[in-house]
Ligand binder design. Structure first.
Ligand code: MRU
Length: 349
């Protein structure tokens, strides 16, 4: 990789989080400071920080900071404050399970330290958030190695949204094999779907891959079929926000259309999923809550003039669920999981 961009940084001395504002890319690479609970909530909701693992990392550091700043004497008071902050941060976005996973992990650590002094507890929370961050880099690298083992030099690859380094601690999930392959001379030809309506593919994935010297081509989302038909795609690689126990997978809106096309054209469809995104509490995709976002992201955002008549209704689900039968394999840091997913996901866990 040409340059490692760390999208979430703890500034412990200043009691703040520094994040790369992903809404300004590719035009501007600006880091902004988040100081309050509301700053963090807004940054997650507005997708200034985004991508399932990066949201989890942000939440973990944020809850440490807001607990650290709270001046209390007893564990009970601290726990009360923790729970309120946790609930607030957890309400920012509903679909990516990493947000809840990271906050739950922080809560477990807090409980484990309950007999310690307040100062020891606070230090332990920092350690836990650091662990979440550091582990994510290893997880992504390992997913990258497993995924790379399924790919051949010269492959054309289609990806959707931004499952990249800025969505994680480093490497990304579905972009990890592309980075590793690039370092090893695989000469992949990557096609990035622009990912309407918020353009994570166009704005972020092409930005990341171009910087790393990867051969990347932008297509509109509705061009996936033609590039597949023309034989330009040998595998599809996507990230995910939540995997249900039966293998149904929620990812950025439009992912399931790509999976349906991949099945039609007989192209392998791989989901790159950290173990932390597997949610056995969801039996199937029907249990995954899909975030609905404001109409204006479709109707007016990005346009100098509105592109629909005033008053026209819009429907803006931010994610869709890809049925497990469309998925060739789910690639985790512990190995590659093939169907039947309901049996094999449990085994890998
Ligand atoms: O709404 P976003 O941009 O947070 O959605 C992100 C995605 O859907 C990604 O594909 C997913 O989080 C995987 S990130 C490694």
């Amino acid at each position: 990789m040409s340059e490692v961009v760390q999208s979430v940084i703890l500034d412990d001395a200043n009691n703040s989080l520094i994040i790369l504002d992903q809404t300004l890319l590719p035009g501007e690479k600006r880091f902004i400071e988040l100081k309050t609970e509301k700053d963090v909530w807004d940054a997650i909701y507005e997708l200034k920080v985004r991508g399932a693992p990066a949201i989890g990392i942000t939440a973990a550091y944020a809850i440490y900071l807001f607990v650290k700043k709270y001046d209390v004497q007893s564990y009970e008071q601290l726990y009360e404050h923790f729970k309120k902050t946790k609930e607030y941060l957890a309400s920012s976005r509903p679909t990516a399970v990493n947000l809840f996973w990271a906050l739950n992990r922080m809560e477990e650590r807090l409980k484990k330290e309950s007999k310690n002094t307040i100062s020891v507890i606070k230090t332990a929370l920092k350690e836990e958030a650091d662990n979440i961050y550091k582990e994510d880099e290893k997880v992504c690298k390992s997913i990258g190695e497993y995924a790379l083992s399924l790919l051949k030099p010269g492959f054309g690859l289609l990806t959707h949204c931004n499952p990249g380094t800025i969505a994680t601690a480093r490497y990304g999930t579905a972009l990890a094999p592309i980075y590793l392959g690039n370092e090893r001379g695989y000469d992949f030809k990557v096609f990035a779907g622009e990912t309407r309506p918020l353009l994570q593919g166009a704005r972020l994935t092409t930005w990341e891959l171009k910087q790393a010297g990867v051969d990347v081509t932008l297509i509109c989302d509705n061009m996936a079929s033609i590039v597949m038909k023309e034989g330009k795609i040998q595998a599809v690689l996507v990230g995910c926000d939540r995997v249900a126990a039966n293998g149904d997978t929620a990812n950025k809106i439009g992912t399931s259309s790509v999976a349906i096309l991949a099945k039609y054209y007989n192209i392998p469809f791989y989901v790159c999923a950290p173990i932390s995104t597997i949610d056995l509490d969801c039996k199937s995709g029907e249990d995954i809550k899909i975030e609905i976002r404001p109409d204006k992201e479709i109707t007016t955002k990005w346009y100098t003039k509105p592109m629909v008549p005033e008053g026209v209704k819009a429907y803006n689900p931010a994610f869709d669920v890809t049925d497990e039968e469309l998925i060739t394999a789910i690639i985790t840091e512990k190995g590659i999981v093939y169907p039947p997913f309901s049996e094999n996901l449990k085994k890998i866990l």
